[in-house]
Design a protein around this ligand. Structure first.
Ligand code: KIV
Ligand code: NA
Length: 273
């Protein structure tokens, strides 16, 4: 019996209770988040967040599949979506379907996500026609930052607003079950949310979106580099980890650790591991 939230259930939440989404890349974090979120995204941000690449272009299909498998092992309830990384879907609908199929077959996740609007309609439509649900991603598209000349907020000119709406409608018409809107002027993201029938998931977008997503490491204060303005840090794990390492180092140097409870005697005792 499948107790996971389906992509269809996510789609039905349009204009309802906000859809709670976070990224996850590992088994333990998926375990911790599964009770609290509706959707876990194995984002290609994993390349930057866990692997230290400068952009998401460092992600490969193999990397996404390995992290997708870990997140599936660690979750039972959440809808799990895995990003198609740059270079695995843009060339053709055939390439996109082959990559999406590999991700679904090798991880068992519910859906894939890809970046693009009007320019990716044939890819989205072909993946959906193959029976695989697709989440779209419009506005600021991190896989395009190199050709965009940096992380630029979208929707600040009339032409940009019109292009965003065309992208949103294209993704909807191609059959996506929902769409991420990233780094977009608030009023534009809110307007798109009213104009399309699939849920919008905002990140640096609008509180009026049908759901919100953040990168998990950003929201728990584990990101060591500067975080974008749209991030709210709900915890300070940098300090927690630094303090733990500092205390451990001091205790090793002073021979305080290991203590009597962390070592073994010749006779087996009932609290032995
Ligand atoms: O890769 C990612 O983490 C994402 C989200 C920020 C939407 O695409
Ligand atoms: Na991504």
């Amino acid at each position: 019996t499948d107790i996971r939230i389906s992509t269809e259930a996510i789609r039905r939440r349009k204009a309802g209770t906000p859809i709670v989404c976070l990224t996850a890349y590992t088994y333990p974090v998926a375990r911790l988040l599964d009770d609290h979120v509706d959707l876990l995204l194995v984002g290609d941000s994993v390349a930057m967040v866990l692997h230290g690449y400068k952009t998401t272009l460092g992600a490969s299909l193999e990397m996404m599949i390995a992290h997708g498998q870990a997140v599936m092992r660690g979750s039972a309830r959440a809808c799990v979506v895995v990003d198609l990384p740059a270079g695995t879907y843009e060339a053709s609908a055939t390439q996109a379907v082959a990559s999406a199929r590999r991700v679904i077959d090798e991880t068992g996740c519910q859906a894939v996500k890809l970046e693009g609007g009007v320019d990716m309609t044939s890819q989205i439509a072909a993946i959906v026609a193959a029976g695989i649900p697709v989440m779209g991603h419009i506005g600021l598209q991190p896989q395009s930052v190199e050709k965009d000349g940096g992380y630029k907020i979208k929707g600040r000119t009339e032409e940009a607003v019109a292009a965003l709406l065309r992208d949103a409608l294209a993704v909807e018409n191609a059959g996506a079950f929902s769409v991420v809107i990233e780094g977009t002027v608030e009023a534009v993201a809110a307007d798109i949310t009213r104009r399309i029938a699939i849920p919008t998931i905002g990140i640096g977008a609008s509180g009026d979106c049908d759901g919100q997503i953040l990168v998990i490491d950003d929201m728990v204060g584990l990101t060591v580099d500067r975080v974008p303005k749209f991030v709210k840090e709900y915890a300070d794990l940098r300090s927690v980890i630094s303090h733990a390492a500092e205390t451990y180092a001091a205790e090793v140097r002073s021979r305080t650790f290991p203590g009597p409870g962390h070592v073994f005697s010749a006779t087996k005792s009932r609290d032995d591991a």
